[in-house]
Structures are given as structure tokens and as C-alpha cells.
Design a protein around this ligand. Structure first.
Ligand SMILES: [Zn+2]
Ligand SMILES: [Zn+2]
Length: 269
């Protein structure tokens, strides 16, 4: 009998995930209560990032966009960061999702992303009442400063940062895709998880310093879809560190016609 090698690897990782569930019964990472990875009480204790900022110079702003002087060195327009990584629960949850294959954690982590997007949308809300009851120029002025990805939020396309095929086979799922899927479903946004491809996987980014990260990630992605026709994109990943990976994806997406590209991540590592 000829057995396909991919088939064995895929099924081995599923069996492995099954045994991990037995070894790690579902209990809250915060208090140990059984039934959920993050119980409601512990979930409520997690602080959302109070203010977004320019990822490069860390100057606070409303919509996580790069400020003017920093913008020129990025293809990415900005990053939306849901929570603070130094919250022990967050760093634990992300590690467990990624390295212990606990895909159930994607529900809780994507909930944090959704709460933080809700906050962005609330800040970006143009009061319809204000416009109807006469021209309120402050609303127009606010609209002018808004990124299009916020102003026209419901037209965004959601794209997860891909894993290489090799890594995907090994892990059995792409954690960024699990998060992206839940965010897209929540807001009724279009999801594209098949056309941005990671073509080579060099060294794990986590082990490299900033300069080596930039070199390591170059030319790692291709877009296999059609022209993106100015579509604005929300690029989803679990964590952002220097932004090198998100930026490299944004470069490829823009080379293929994308409008604005904003990263959306659970936390900054
Ligand atoms: Zn708990
Ligand atoms: Zn800046």
C-alpha cells in the first residue's frame, strides 16, 4: 500500500493534538477553573491596550497609524494591538495557542481583538445625528484624519499572515488564520486565507535581532490572487514584534494593488 507522506504527517499532528487534550485538560490559564482556557472572570481582568501608537517611534495616537516621519520606511500603514503582552495571561495564552496546539484559545484571543476593534470603530464613529442636523465641520475634519481602513471598515478584506507549508503541516493549523476567521465572521468581512503564500521559511524570527529579522523575512511572501484594486486590508497575526513580517506582507499586497494595509494582532511581543 502506498501511503502519502503528507497524509501521515497531517494525521500524526491530529493524533498528537488529541493526546495533548488528554494531557492538558481544559482549565483556565488564570485561575485553574475547569471548562475554558480563559474563564469569564479572568478574561475581564485582561486590560486592552489603552491607546494605540506608531509602532516605530511609540508616539500615541488614535488609530495605530505610523506617524508622518516614520511612515516613509514602511509599506504597512499601521498596526492595531489588542492587549498588552506583559500581561502574563496574554503571553501564556499566545504561547499555548502556538506551541501546544491549543486551537481552542483562538476563541478567547480573537474576542480581545474584536473588543479592541470595537473601540477603534467607536473612536472613528462619525455622528450621523451631527451631520443630519446641519453641517458639522468638526465631523468632516475628523473624517479627513481617519485611515480609510477605519472609515470604510466594512469594506476591508481580512488576510492572515501565512505559515510555510512545512510549518503548517507540522502544526496542523495556522494560528493567525484561526484568529482572522473569527474576526472576519464577527464583522461580516471577506476573508482571503489562500492567496498570500509564504514561499520559504528561513530561521524562526523569534531567535533573531532586529536587523537579521528584516533580512530573514525578505522575499518570503507571494500573492497568488488577482489585482486587489485598492482594497484596504486587515492583516492578522498573533503577535507583532518589530513589524518586519507584517511589513513584508504589506509590501507584496501593495505591489498587487492593495490600498491601505493595517496589521491586527493580539499583542506586541
Ligand atoms: Zn479564570
Ligand atoms: Zn512614529
Amino acid at each position: 500500500m502506498i501511503v502519502n507522506k503528507d497524509f501521515i504527517t497531517r494525521n500524526a499532528s491530529r493524533t498528537w493534538a488529541f493526546f495533548l487534550d488528554l494531557i492538558f485538560p481544559i482549565e483556565c490559564l488564570g485561575c485553574g477553573r475547569e471548562g475554558r482556557w480563559l474563564c469569564e472572570d479572568c478574561f475581564k481582568k485582561i486590560n486592552l491596550k489603552p491607546k494605540q501608537y506608531c509602532l516605530h517611534c511609540k508616539k500615541a495616537n488614535d488609530f495605530g497609524q505610523f506617524c508622518l516621519p516614520c511612515q516613509v520606511i514602511y509599506s504597512l500603514d499601521g498596526v492595531w494591538i489588542a492587549a498588552l503582552y506583559d500581561e502574563l495571561l496574554i503571553s501564556q495564552a499566545i504561547k499555548k495557542l502556538k506551541y501546544y496546539f491549543l486551537s481552542g484559545l483562538a476563541d478567547d484571543l480573537s474576542r480581545l481583538m474584536i473588543l479592541s476593534v470595537d473601540k477603534l470603530l467607536e473612536q472613528g464613529r462619525i455622528s450621523k445625528f451631527g451631520l443630519r442636523s446641519g453641517v458639522d465641520w468638526s465631523n468632516f475634519k475628523r473624517a479627513a484624519g481617519l485611515p480609510l481602513a477605519v472609515l470604510n471598515f466594512y469594506d476591508n478584506l481580512v488576510v492572515p499572515v501565512p505559515l510555510s507549508r512545512k510549518r503548517l503541516r507540522w502544526r496542523g493549523f495556522n494560528q493567525a488564520e484561526l484568529l482572522a476567521r473569527r474576526v472576519a465572521e464577527k464583522y461580516g468581512l471577506e476573508l482571503n486565507s489562500g492567496n498570500l503564500i509564504r514561499v520559504k521559511h528561513k530561521k524562526a524570527q523569534a531567535k533573531l535581532n532586529e536587523i537579521h529579522r528584516l533580512e530573514n523575512i525578505k522575499n518570503c511572501f507571494v500573492w497568488r490572487g488577482g489585482n486587489l484594486n485598492k482594497k484596504n486590508i486587515i492583516l492578522v497575526d498573533d503577535v507583532v514584534t518589530t513589524g518586519a513580517t507584517l511589513n513584508e506582507c504589506a509590501k507584496i499586497l501593495k505591489a498587487n494593488g492593495a490600498g491601505e494595509v493595517f496589521g491586527l494582532v493580539v499583542a506586541k511581543g
